[in-house]
Design a protein around this ligand. Structure first.
Ligand SMILES: Nc1ncnc2c1ncn2[C@@H]1O[C@H](COP(=O)(O)OP(=O)(O)OP(=O)(O)O)[C@@H](O)[C@H]1O
Length: 480
């Protein structure tokens, strides 16, 4: 492997911790033969690649940003390990995020201790430092480690006027770097008491942060959010590419203007491609677990970027699925096998993507104000191919009939209540591009091999009304 160098830092989960959390270590044969899923994977690539092109650096200003797909190149294959294990041992503990019954937020906050965290985290070195390997000096060019003062200065001391948005875990501010680049500074929320009266430990919060940082730094696709840097002084911060058009949710649900169909279709395709990359083409198999309209950001030209990797997991290839507890995510987007059994694999994201497609087609919320599930509302209309009833009234008849029918067909497959009957994301991309073949071909039989556990779940006579009952039951349990 010549010519290119990457530095990898791998943080591995403590196996015991993982088992305590209920995570499955079974491969298809049921054998426990795989080390636990890493808690976070932090890669520091040292390649020619840079997220921001020279051209962009000179042309961007606080008032204008651009997204140049041509600047994103693959990382080189040669790797070198840094001795960070001691530090990472501190952050092995698994996060215990709470499940929310809200369609817009997960109810968890970080209790960021200002005393001990910076000390521990200060061992993270800037991705800009030069590293001397004897004969070879390489430039780590990917990300920056920002100091607190620097982040405060670029966001006008986190002034409310700079606030771009607020989620369940973070506030995001617009920042203008001295070189003119505009960024989004994601400030992880300060800790309040959790609902159960407990507080999250430094280690847990740091683990969550590293997990998100590790995954977002690892992914590299035109339809995934771009990391520019991070900060660990005075709190935990991610510095991200600024998306001038905000979130898809704000356009679909927060604006009286209609998002035109052409953009909606491009968003559907872009998100499908981004997810297909995460599932099948990324160096590791990543499950996002929180695909929803508020986590899709719109960059220049309304190109969609999958963001918020706070719940994302990567699965070793040998694992058919992963069992997680607690169940986290957002009501309305949760696949039945996930909210009932905690089973996570690529099909969890496929289901959520199906709900997102329905939102794009209909303009409706995943769960509306009267708690009606979009999936349940849309199913009969999808079955009867009723475009007129399904299409967002704001669109009028301004949609491509072929495209909307493709989107409807893809959605109907993605929201199938049996996981194995849902298509994989690379298939969904083909369907949306019109490369899908006939309907009969696509309505495939369940994939194999399937784990015994999943098959048992699938073999139940699980109908749509079962799904609705389960959803309601689960909701009641969570709200108790
Ligand atoms: N890079 C960005 N550019 C512009 N706006 C952004 C950016 N990142 C986030 N935002 C805005 O901030 C909001 C909250 O961000 P984000 O979803 O990452 O927070 P969160 O607390 O992790 O959310 P969640 O409740 O889903 O966990 C987004 O919905 C969006 O409106």
């Amino acid at each position: 492997m010549e010519g290119k160098i990457e530095l990898f830092v791998h943080a591995f989960l403590n196996p015991e911790t993982e088992l305590e959390d209920g995570s499955s270590k079974l491969d298809s044969s049921g054998a426990v033969d795989e080390p636990s899923s890493p808690r976070g994977v932090l890669e520091i690539p040292v390649s020619e690649a840079s997220y921001i092109s020279d051209e962009q650096k000179t042309t961007d200003s606080c008032n204008s940003t651009s997204t140049d797909k041509s600047t994103w190149t693959a990382h080189g294959p040669f790797s070198y390990r840094l001795p960070w294990k001691g530090f990472l041992d501190l952050v092995r503990k698994k996060s215990v995020r709470k499940f929310s019954n809200s369609t817009t937020a997960r109810l968890t906050s970080y209790d960021i201790s200002r005393n001990s965290l910076p000390g521990k985290l200060s061992r993270i070195r800037s991705a800009e430092e030069r590293i001397d390997f004897g004969l070879l000096t390489v430039q780590k060019a990917k990300w920056r480690n920002f100091g607190y003062e620097e982040l405060a200065a670029v966001t006008d001391y986190f002034s409310p006027e700079r606030l771009l948005g607020k989620g369940g875990h973070a506030e995001v501010y617009k920042g203008c770097l001295p070189d003119g680049n505009v960024v989004a500074v994601k400030k992880l929320a300060h800790g309040e008491k959790e609902d159960d009266g407990g507080t999250r430990s430094d280690e847990e919060r740091t683990g969550d942060f590293l997990s998100e940082l590790g995954i977002i730094a690892h992914v590299d696709h035109p339809n995934t959010a771009k990391l520019i840097g991070f900060g660990v002084e005075g709190g935990l911060f991610l510095v991200l590419q600024f998306c001038p058009h905000g979130s898809l949710a704000s356009h679909l649900h927060g604006s009286s203007d209609s998002l035109e169909w052409k953009i909606r279709y491009n968003v559907a395709l872009g998100v499908a491609e981004g997810l297909s990359y995460l599932h099948h083409s990324c160096q590791r198999r990543i499950i996002h677990r929180d695909i929803k309209a508020s986590n899709i950001l719109l960059a220049e030209d309304y190109e969609p970027l999958i963001s918020d990797f706070g719940l994302a997991k990567w699965l070793p290839d040998k694992w058919l699925h992963h069992v997680v507890y607690p169940i986290e995510g957002t009501f309305g987007y949760l696949a039945p096998e996930y909210f009932m059994h905690g089973l996570v694999d690529e099909k969890t994201d496929v289901f959520a993507f199906g709900v997102l497609l329905l939102e794009l087609i209909t303009g409706r919320h995943a769960i509306d104000s009267s708690s009606q599930s979009l999936v349940m509302w849309a199913k009969p209309l999808l079955d009867s191919d009723n475009v007129t009833e399904l299409a967002d009234p704001k669109l009028g008849t301004d949609y491509g009939l072929v495209e909307i029918k493709r989107a409807m067909f893809a959605a109907s497959l993605c929201i199938h209540h049996v996981a194995s009957c849902r298509p994989r994301m690379n298939r969904v991309v083909q369907l949306l591009r019109g490369e899908g073949g006939s309907v009969l071909e696509v309505k495939q039989k369940p994939e194999s091999p399937r784990s015994l556990l999943l098959d048992a779940c699938d073999l139940e006579d699980y109908t749509c009304s079962n799904y609705l009952n389960d959803l309601n039951r689960h909701r009641e349990l969570v709200m108790e």
